[in-house]
Design a protein around this ligand. Structure first.
Ligand code: URA
Length: 438
C-alpha cells in the first residue's frame, strides 16, 4: 500500500516518483484524503528537487483528468486556444481571438479564461466591464456561440482540473509558486482539460511577469511545449517581454477600450505586433499555411473591420450590448481621475511593472482577496513608458478610481515604480523567441 510519508521522503532524497505514485498523490489531493501538511511537504520537496520530464507529463495528465475534460466535438472545424502566463495590461485575448475567428480559415477559438488575482489582470473581469455579458455559460450555449460566431471566451469552471486549484492554493501560501515544473503542469493541465488541439502560449518574462528572466522563460516554454506535444496537441510558445506594461491601459474597461482601438487599426504598435504574432501562430500551428500567409490573413482582419465585428458578435451572443464596441464613450467613467506629473526631466529608464499592476489593483481594478468586487472603470493610462523622454511637468499617467484616498495611494505607488535617468535605456525586443514542437 502506498503511503504519502514514503513518497515525500523519496522526493526529498531526489528520487524519481513512479507513475503510480504520482497518480496516488493527485487523486489524494483531489479527494482530500491527503492532509494539506503532507501535500505542502511534497510541494516543497518538488520545489527543491525538481522533476524529470516523465514525472511532469504524468503529473500534468493526472491533474488534467482530476475533473471534467471538455469535449469540443460539438464545435465544427479546428479549435485553437491561446494562453498567457500573466502580465500587466495584457488584453491580447480580446484582440487575438477575434482576429483568428475573422481570418476565415475555419479555425474557431473556444477559450476559457481566468480572473485577475494579485498584480495581474484576467480576461473574464475585462469582458464583464460590458454590461450584460455572461461569462458563465452552460456547455451547449458555449458551443452554439462558437459555432455561430467562431469564438467565445468564458470563465474557467471550477470543475476543470480541481487538483490544480487545490495545489495552487497551497503553493500560494507555502512559497512554492515559482517552480518551473509546478507552473508548467498547472497551466498545461488546464489547457489540456479545455480541449483545443492547437495551443499558442505567450510566456511572459520581466518585472511584470511571474518569470523574471529570459533564460527561465525559455525553460518554461520548452517544457510546456513538450507537455502538450506529449499529450498529442500541437503547441507553440512565444517568449515575450513583460518588463513594461503592454499597451497603455491597465484596468478592466480601460483595457477593453484599448483592445477595441487596436481592433480598429489604431492600436499601440507593440500591442498590434504581439497580437498579430500570436494570432498568426495560432493559424500556423493549426496548419493553415506558411507563416507569412498566416500573418497576412490575420493582419487583414484589423484593416477590413472583420475582427472588430467578431468581437461585437461575440459580446451580443453572450448577452452584452455590442454598441459598446462601436461607441466606447458608453463605458462607465470612474468617479475620480487624477494626473501624475513628472518632477524632473530626462528619460524613463525602467518601470517596475509588477508595482504598476499593484497600483491599478489599489485603485480598484484588482482584488486583494478572492471574490472581492472590482471597480471596472478603475485603472491607469500610461502616457510615458520606458525609453520615452520627459520634461518636468509632463503627464506620466492618468489614474482612474472612486476615492481620493485610493487616488493618493495609487499615485505614490506609481511614482515609486518609475525610474528616470539622463540617457535612454537599451531597447529590448518585444518577442524574444518562438519555441515550437516537432
Ligand atoms: N498560472 C497558472 O495557472 N499556474 C501557475 O502555476 C502559474 C501561473
Amino acid at each position: 500500500m502506498l503511503r504519502m510519508y514514503d513518497l515525500i521522503e523519496k522526493k526529498e532524497r531526489g528520487k524519481e516518483l513512479s507513475e503510480e505514485e504520482i497518480r496516488f498523490f493527485v487523486s489524494g489531493v483531489t479527494d482530500g484524503s491527503i492532509p494539506d501538511y503532507q501535500v505542502s511537504a511534497m510541494l516543497m520537496a518538488i520545489f527543491f528537487r525538481g522533476m524529470s520530464n516523465p514525472e511532469i507529463f504524468t503529473l500534468t495528465d493526472a491533474m488534467a483528468h482530476s475533473g471534467d475534460v471538455a469535449d469540443l466535438s460539438g464545435i465544427r472545424g479546428r479549435k485553437a486556444d491561446k494562453h498567457s502566463t500573466g502580465g500587466v495590461g495584457d488584453k491580447t485575448s480580446l484582440i487575438v481571438a477575434p482576429m483568428v475567428a475573422a481570418a476565415g480559415c475555419g479555425i474557431s477559438v473556444a477559450k476559457m479564461s481566468g480572473r485577475g488575482l494579485g498584480h495581474t489582470g484576467g480576461t473574464v473581469d475585462k469582458l464583464e466591464s460590458i454590461p450584460g455579458v455572461q461569462t458563465s455559460l452552460p456547455a451547449d450555449k458555449f458551443f452554439d456561440i462558437v459555432n455561430r460566431t467562431g469564438l467565445c471566451i468564458i470563465g474557467q469552471s471550477g470543475s476543470f482540473a480541481p487538483a490544480d486549484k487545490k495545489l495552487y492554493a497551497l503553493r500560494d501560501v507555502t512559497a512554492t509558486v515559482n517552480c518551473i515544473p509546478l507552473i508548467a503542469s498547472s497551466i498545461m493541465a488546464k489547457k489540456l482539460a479545455a480541449g483545443s488541439d492547437y495551443i499558442v502560449l505567450d510566456v511572459k518574462c520581466g518585472s511584470g511577469a511571474f518569470i523574471k528572466t529570459e533564460k527561465e522563460a525559455e525553460k518554461l516554454a520548452k517544457l510546456m511545449v513538450d507537455i502538450g506535444e506529449n499529450a498529442g496537441r500541437k503547441v507553440a510558445a512565444l517568449i515575450t517581454d513583460m518588463d513594461v506594461p503592454l499597451g497603455h491601459a491597465v484596468g478592466n474597461s480601460l483595457e477593453v477600450i484599448e483592445a477595441i482601438e487596436t481592433l480598429s487599426g489604431r492600436g499601440d504598435e507593440d500591442l498590434t505586433v504581439l497580437c498579430t504574432a500570436l494570432a498568426a501562430n495560432m493559424l500556423y500551428t493549426a496548419g493553415v499555411g506558411d507563416y507569412g500567409e498566416c500573418e497576412q490573413r490575420v493582419s487583414e482582419t484589423l484593416k477590413n473591420g472583420l475582427a472588430k465585428k467578431k468581437l461585437a458578435d461575440m459580446i451580443e451572443a453572450m448577452g452584452g450590448d455590442p454598441a459598446y464596441v462601436y461607441d466606447t464613450s458608453l463605458f462607465r467613467e470612474s468617479r475620480i481621475s487624477a494626473v501624475l506629473a513628472s518632477e524632473g526631466s530626462g528619460y524613463v529608464t525602467r518601470i517596475d511593472t509588477e508595482e504598476v499592476g499593484k497600483a491599478a489593483a489599489v485603485l480598484g481594478a484588482g482584488r486583494a482577496v478572492k471574490d472581492q468586487k472590482i471597480d471596472h472603470s478603475a485603472g491607469i493610462i500610461l502616457h510615458k513608458k520606458t525609453g520615452d523622454k520627459v520634461k518636468e511637468g509632463d503627464v506620466l499617467a492618468t489614474l482612474f478610481t472612486s476615492t481620493v484616498e485610493k487616488a493618493q495611494s495609487g499615485m505614490e505607488m506609481l511614482y515609486g515604480a518609475v525610474t528616470f535617468g539622463d540617457k535612454p535605456p537599451k531597447k529590448k525586443p518585444l518577442i524574444y523567441k518562438t519555441v515550437r514542437g516537432i
